[in-house]
Ligand binder design. Sequence first.
Ligand code: SAH
Ligand code: SF4
Ligand code: F3S
Length: 450
Amino acid sequence: MNGIRPISDPSKPKVYIETYGCQRNVNDSEVILSILQDAGYVLTENMNDADVILANTCSIRDNAEQRIWGRIDQFRLQKRNREGVVIGIVGCMAERLKDKLLEKVDLVAGPDSYRSLPQLLKAITPETPQINVLLSHEETYADIAPVRLDKNGVSAFISIMRGCNNVCSYCVVPYTRGAERSRDPYTIVNEAKVLYENGYKEVTLLGQNVDSYFWKDAERPDRNVNFAQLLEMVAKISPELRVRFSTSHPKDISDEVIYTMALYENICKHIHLPVQSGSSVMLEKMRRKYNREWYLERVAKIRSVIPDCGLTTDVIAGFSGETEQDHKDTLSLMEEVVFDSAFMFAYSERPGTLASKKYPDDIPYSLKTERLNEIIALQGRMSLKSNEKEIGKRLKVLVEGPSKKNQKELCGRASSNKMCVFPDMGEKAGDYCEVEVVSVTSATLICKRI
Ligand code: SAH
Ligand code: SF4
Ligand code: F3S
């Protein structure tokens, strides 16, 4: 017996999807939804009336996976209480754990297998769960128009590439997402155009390492496209459409990209440039392929070309063998750069990675936490310091909607990606406003209207 009602059923089968992990997964859920809608499913936001319950999952750290195991137990309760419900795990954890998940769920699908979801779902029976975890060298879902899941219709993600060819020794992503491949630039520009025509004002171009984006035109090498050129092509759609991108890799971010950013007002002046550690010894072991000096030189270059450029980062505390001095090097780099904000993590050993085979996870949990807390506290002070420099500046903000704390105020981001709040004068999400910064906290710029 098929677990799902047939597509011809007038009340279409309902799919519920939860998304974990990074922005790339948010965009992938939109691709999944597009594929399933074409196959006759409709989205439901209520798990209790779903026929298909999916979790698009993340494996980046052990705690990300633990959270999902907990969710699977809750999904299974749905299955117990309602006949015919199907539950599936898709995304990075599906790819990493493969058939180990089949004991618990009906469907396991990796990041390159989403086109097969309708067939897989159809084939599920109580006795035969379905799995597809094949990775591809070509799949970019270039022809699929993602069904936007964002609520405000202002800002959308566009995947420009998939996979990763770096082998940072701590990282599971190359194993869960496969080899790097770039997407046809003309499909990217077209997707951005359609978004703009539908009222969107901001697109974020996504890749694990956007600087290594490269489209090879098989017939016309003069039509090859690198990341700087792609940025320019998207920026030219309209000066009213903001362009953001993530993530940049310190070893690959080129001067050409920095100059292109400076050339176009609508390319937002923000770079997410994960440093991971301030110690060259750790960076070497992490196989990041740059050292402290290289990183600081890239920051200096960015700031010399774009003085107000927003800079954010990722930091890992307690990687294998990290000494007190390595940790101090991270703190001193953070003080030197003064990042606007940072994502900060305790190192979590991932099975199968180079580090798990070569480098013992030898920093005790308590010491990792202690170092992480020190990093978080320092970043709090640096965020405040970075925001204080904005006082008195005039900024152009893209309105996102009412501020969460005060309904009489609006919130939105400056080009630098800093969050601003300011008095509501009747603008709507998607409008641009000019504001002046009057005071700050470590998280927000408090502005007046001008
Ligand atoms: N492609 C991006 C980000 C990938 S994952 C890049 O190259 O920077 C996002 C962040 O998670 C990483 O930047 C890193 O700081 C963190 N991370 C990755 N693996 C980790 C691990 N095993 N333990 C702790 N943090 C990790
Ligand atoms: Fe992971 Fe490194 Fe690739 Fe980023 S660049 S996804 S940290 S392997
Ligand atoms: Fe993203 Fe997590 Fe996968 S960070 S790429 S969803 S492992």
